[in-house]
Write a protein of this length. Structure first.
Length: 162
């Protein structure tokens, strides 16, 4: 941790079973933006790896808030069959989301958690905005976590809530 006595620490997450993007915000400025690459052959091994690596990120920062992608808004049901499109992918992301939330909740008792839709910001617009913030990575998962953090900051439903 490089900032002394921060007023507000937030971590935004883009959950995935193989790669999970994260962005650490301190008093509105980005301290770190990166990707967790899980290890393991089975889903259980990858989720365990994700949990341990998420703890390594969460514990030293002690965030006041966490923003995590609400990916359910991006998936829809097939009109003819009623089945979820990309159901298997959605279940894996839900498991990764749960592991991240567990890592945050187990260590930080007073954390505000936001489920965030990324809105209508394109990947190209996100990359340009990230460069303006000084982010040098081209890892899409890290950029997605940055986008989630930006959307969380402007989420009207959360204004005035702690």
């Amino acid at each position: 941790m490089t900032t002394k006595d921060p007023q507000h620490v937030a971590i935004s997450w883009d959950p995935g079973s193989y790669k999970t993007g994260y962005c650490i915000w301190v008093d509105g400025k980005i301290e770190e933006c990166g990707v967790i690459k899980t290890k393991g052959k089975t889903p259980a091994e990858r989720l365990t790896s994700l949990y341990r690596q998420a703890l390594d990120i969460v514990e030293p920062w002690g965030p006041n808030s966490v923003a995590i992608e609400d990916f359910g808004r991006y998936h829809s049901r097939d009109k003819q069959t009623g089945q979820w499109k990309a159901k298997e992918s959605m279940m894996r992301c839900a498991a990764a989301q749960g592991v991240i939330l567990a890592a945050c909740d187990d260590r930080i008792m007073e954390t505000k958690i936001q489920l965030i839709s990324k809105g209508g910001i394109s990947k190209a617009e996100t990359a340009l905005l990230a460069k303006a913030y000084g982010i040098t990575t081209d890892e899409q998962d890290a950029l997605d976590s940055f986008q989630i953090g930006i959307c969380a900051a402007f989420d009207k439903r959360q204004k005035g809530k702690s």
